[in-house]
Design a protein. Structure first.
Length: 354
């Protein structure tokens, strides 16, 4: 973190004189650390939270001699209101994990939940107020026999994004071209090929921020946001879909998660799938059912096909309803001009549909 050290201001008895000096250390592009959070709400808004987590004030728990080391993988970039999928690979048994921010007073406690015998998974949910720039996340484990590990520390960069009332985020754990789609109540599909929505005057805009790893041209962000300001929100039912447009490395599976928030609160997922078997086939979900789930968690398995050659390959994972204060739908326009990469993706998908 950039640190500014302000030196003395001296005043003589009969003459006015001000002297000031400053110095900095660390990465010059890194913003100064925000003030230490005062409570759980401030911490979750300025940094992150996790489902079933508990907030604690104070410094990180001290390490215990003889504790194992943590082997952690997590994204080193993220978006406001997005997620970070943390995988802890270990043969040791843990009862809980602690996750915090370097230099910040306070952290969260997360119960240990394993998806396999040797892998624990934590999904951090970034707050809407998290600031663009770099900071460090630390992860500490508490084993079932009471030993506290040394912290694993990961630098993370928050990429600038739009702000608005509705945030829908997709995050995935490795470098694939996974796409996010939001279908509005009027039937408009917001996605990489039609990103922008505005009012008729063009003074208020929203839509898709980032098409991460487009066409396997890797940017390593591994996250996409669709953000709509209040003025552009249509009242009615919205549908969220996920699409493995191109599997850049079929030898590894890809976890993903999608969350939707309206004015900072998680929306109720109203999607109902007829049977558990259909849920497993269509969603490859890590949970038993997606009904009522927000966030939704899922995975594309090893050798999952690229869906650019399968126009029906998109998977519906969420539906929610927003009843805007003004019952009349806003008059909108869609001014987006696709980039060369967007054009390439649309042309390739159209070719496969023939």
């Amino acid at each position: 973190m950039k640190k500014l050290l302000f030196s003395c201001v001296a005043m003589a008895a009969f003459a006015l004189m001000t002297s000031c000096s400053s110095s900095s250390s660390g990465d010059s592009t890194t913003p100064p650390a925000p003030p230490a959070p005062e409570n759980a709400e401030t911490f979750s808004a300025n940094y992150f939270t996790a489902q079933n987590s508990t907030y604690h004030e104070g410094a990180a728990p001290a390490a215990t001699a003889g504790a194992p080391e943590l082997a952690v993988t997590m994204n080193d970039q993220g978006l406001a209101s997005g997620s970070n999928l943390i995988s802890i690979n270990t043969a040791d048994s843990y009862q809980k994990f602690f996750v915090g921010v370097d230099g910040v007073n306070g952290y969260i406690e997360v119960p240990a939940a394993s998806r396999a015998n040797t892998v624990y998974v934590i999904t951090l949910l970034y707050g809407q107020n998290i600031q663009p720039g770099a900071f460090k996340i630390w992860v500490i484990g508490l084993t079932t026999d009471g030993k506290t590990t040394q912290p694993f520390v990961q630098p993370v960069n928050i990429v600038p994004t739009q702000t608005g009332s509705l945030h829908v985020n997709l995050t995935f754990e490795n470098d694939k071209d996974v796409d996010l789609h939001l279908i509005t109540p009027s039937g408009h599909d917001i996605y990489y090929g039609d990103r922008d929505i505005s009012n008729t005057e063009g003074t208020i805009t929203g839509g898709l921020d980032v098409d991460s790893n487009a066409g396997c041209d890797l940017d390593h962000i591994k996250s996409e946001n669709i953000v709509l300001p209040a003025e552009l929100i249509e009242p009615g039912v919205y549908t969220v879909e996920v699409d493995m447009w191109q599997n850049c490395d079929v030898s590894i599976a890809t976890q993903w998660t999608i969350n939707a928030r309206y004015n900072g609160a998680f929306l109720r997922n109203q999607l109902t799938l007829p049977t558990a078997a259909e849920n497993q086939t269509r969603v490859q979900n890590l949970q038993t059912d997606v009904q009522g789930s927000n966030p939704v968690y899922g995975t594309y398995p090893i050798n999952a096909p690229s869906n650019k050659n399968n126009p029906t390959g998109r998977t519906k994972v969420m539906q929610f309803t927003i009843l805007a204060a003004n019952a009349a739908a806003p008059v909108l326009k869609y001014p987006y001009k696709p980039t060369d990469m967007d054009e390439m993706k649309m042309e390739e998908s159209a070719w496969y549909r023939k």
